[in-house]
Design a protein around this ligand. Structure first.
Ligand SMILES: Cc1cc2nc3c(=O)[nH]c(=O)nc-3n(C[C@H](O)[C@H](O)[C@H](O)COP(=O)(O)OP(=O)(O)OC[C@H]3O[C@@H](n4cnc5c(N)ncnc54)[C@H](O)[C@@H]3O)c2cc1C
Length: 511
């Protein structure tokens, strides 16, 4: 049993941070650098880095997905360089789409796409594009409508529908247009065709990788930075620096309960290990990168917006890493599998990310399956998933399944926060209530804020939260950092964008 906390004693720590992912470790690194006392609790017994960890299976390294390091935010890039000064490599990006038994360069090369599609289908694509431009759907509510207006119905059905439905496990008519506007931002058919013709003619200028994707439309970028042993290297370094600066990181410690003593202005946090041991830690402030569904289960008394929080949904993710006794695979970093005849959604080729990801003489591929926790794929025994992956890689023809000598399965719950029609109102209700009721509770990061983000957004929300804690007031509104840490607003840093808010604390009400 956990001991009763002594409310008169000074708290155990100034800041307790839930989660040792990019958001949590950015917070802990910066707070300890500023001389603050910090305890990080991380549920995972082994890995820091969260979804951005690098798994080590018998010296084969692989990511959950593949993690490019790019940001338009100078502050984020500077912080990456500060935490990991000597271990970044610049990687060329090469990725293709597999559809209808053929490979298409992605971003598309116009002449190759026309050749693969054939004259008839290409003509249909152009005609349906013209139709969509003449008669756009208004108002635009769904992913389907957004893409159809931008590219036409035919291209939507070839290059967007199957992959998107594999990723999200729902119809493109049920996915909000927000998602498309965010992820495919700045890309229109005209851009894609101009870009594709330039690529076909070899006239395309490579953007610099120095700032990641600066200067290019996000989906078309050609090179990126990557730690030579995967993204986990960044987060292991951040954890080591946190500890060297006096912070504590408690692995295998999950958040169990959270209570606020308004009089003493102290949080009492109960944590639990896998073996069921519990203990309590007291803290002045709590930064949470745990999923909103889980945070609200822990808070006592139960928040009024509990039902909103529990209505938030997630998409889950499985990587089947296939280890092949041959380095000769294919040049892509990853291949999108749009083909509906297989379940796999994407194939990562980790040697193309970094030559240090596998021992010499071997290749390591990550076959990615998008699923819901508890569904047929999720609950399949590992051996069945490995057989499925071998069958499907053979069907696609990327490697010979007979070369596979070993394999590992990693399940990632809550990999993607789902943007359904109600998510924004639900997040607003929870954030409004919690930040209004609890002056020293801070929500950060991907599932912590239910944002379909990249590491740079998670980090920027943590960086601004640290500023707020150090200032003793919420000077920055982290909810205004957009999912791409300022991709939308060329020239503005995430911090400036957040400061533009007239209200320092977002007043959010349920719609
Ligand atoms: C397939 C895929 C590909 C991606 N590719 C890229 C990419 O190329 N580039 C990029 O920049 N980003 C990419 N991302 C996004 C990136 O993974 C996230 O933006 C980032 O990891 C979010 O960091 P976070 O700290 O907010 O959350 P997380 O990474 O989810 O970390 C949260 C941490 O909190 C811990 N935790 C949760 N609940 C509790 C609890 N109750 N108690 C204790 N600990 C808890 C978790 O174990 C975890 O370690 C990708 C994501 C996916 C799914």
């Amino acid at each position: 049993m956990a001991a009763e906390p002594d409310t008169k004693a000074p708290p155990d720590t100034e800041v307790l941070i839930v989660g040792a992912g990019p958001a949590g470790l950015t917070s802990s690194y910066l707070l300890t650098k500023a001389g603050r006392k910090v305890i990080v609790i991380e549920r995972d017994p082994t890995y820091v880095g969260g979804i951005s960890r690098t798994v080590n299976y018998k010296d084969f390294l692989f990511d959950i997905g593949g993690h490019r390091f790019f940001s338009k935010s100078r502050e984020v890039v500077d912080l990456w360089n500060e935490i990991l000064p000597d271990d970044f490599i610049d990687r060329p990006r090469l990725s293709r789409i597999f559809y209808g038994g053929k490979f298409y360069a992605y971003p598309l090369r116009a002449f190759e796409a026309l050749k693969n599609l054939g004259v008839f289908t290409s003509t249909l694509c152009m005609a349906s594009y013209g139709w969509a431009k003449l008669f756009p759907v208004r108002p635009v509510k769904t992913f389907h409508q957004w893409v159809r207006n931008q590219f036409g119905e035919k291209l939507f059905s070839i290059f967007f529908r199957t992959y998107t439905e594999k990723v999200w496990g729902m119809s493109c008519d049920d996915i909000s247009a927000d998602w498309a506007a965010q992820r495919i931002k700045g890309l229109s058919l005209l851009n894609a065709v101009v870009d594709g013709v330039k690529r076909s003619l070899g006239l395309h200028r490579k953007p610099s990788a120095a700032l990641g994707e600066q200067g290019g439309v996000k989906s078309l970028i050609e090179s990126f930075r990557y730690p030579r042993k995967g993204p986990g290297m960044m987060w292991e370094a951040a954890a080591a620096k946190t500890k060297a600066q006096g912070g504590e990181i408690l692995m295998d410690h999950g958040l169990e309960a959270l209570t606020w003593d308004a009089k003493a202005e102290v949080w009492t946090v109960t944590v639990r290990t896998v073996t069921g041991e519990t203990k309590t830690i007291t803290a002045r402030s709590v930064i949470s990168s745990a999923p909103i569904t889980e945070l609200t289960k822990a808070i006592e008394p139960r928040p009024a917006s509990f039902a909103n929080a529990q209505a938030l949904r997630y998409r889950d993710f499985i990587t089947v890493a296939l280890i092949a006794k041959s380095e000769a695979t294919f040049p892509d970093n990853w291949v999108y599998i749009h083909d509906p005849s297989v379940k796999v959604g994407r194939v990562q080729n980790f040697l193309s990310w970094s030559p240090e990801m596998a021992p010499p003489g071997y290749a390591c591929l990550g076959l990615e399956y998008f699923c819901f926790e508890g569904d047929g794929l999720w609950t399949s025994p590992d051996a069945e998933l490995i057989e499925l992956a071998k069958r499907e890689i053979g069907k696609i023809g990327l490697i010979n399944p007979a070369d596979v000598v070993d394999a590992a399965v990693v399940r990632q719950p809550k990999a993607y926060p789902v943007y359904d029609d109600a998510y924004q109102a639900n997040v607003d209700a929870v954030a409004g209530e919690l930040e209004g009721a609890y002056p020293t509770l801070y929500l950060v990061g991907r599932n912590g804020m239910h944002k379909y983000n990249n590491q740079d957004h998670a980090m920027m929300t943590a960086m601004l939260t640290v500023e707020n804690i150090l200032a003793g007031e919420r000077r920055f509104d982290v909810w205004r950092v957009n999912e791409d840490a300022e991709y939308g607003e060329a020239g503005l840093s995430g911090a400036e964008e957040a400061l533009k808010s007239e209200r320092l604390v977002p007043k959010r009400v349920a719609a």
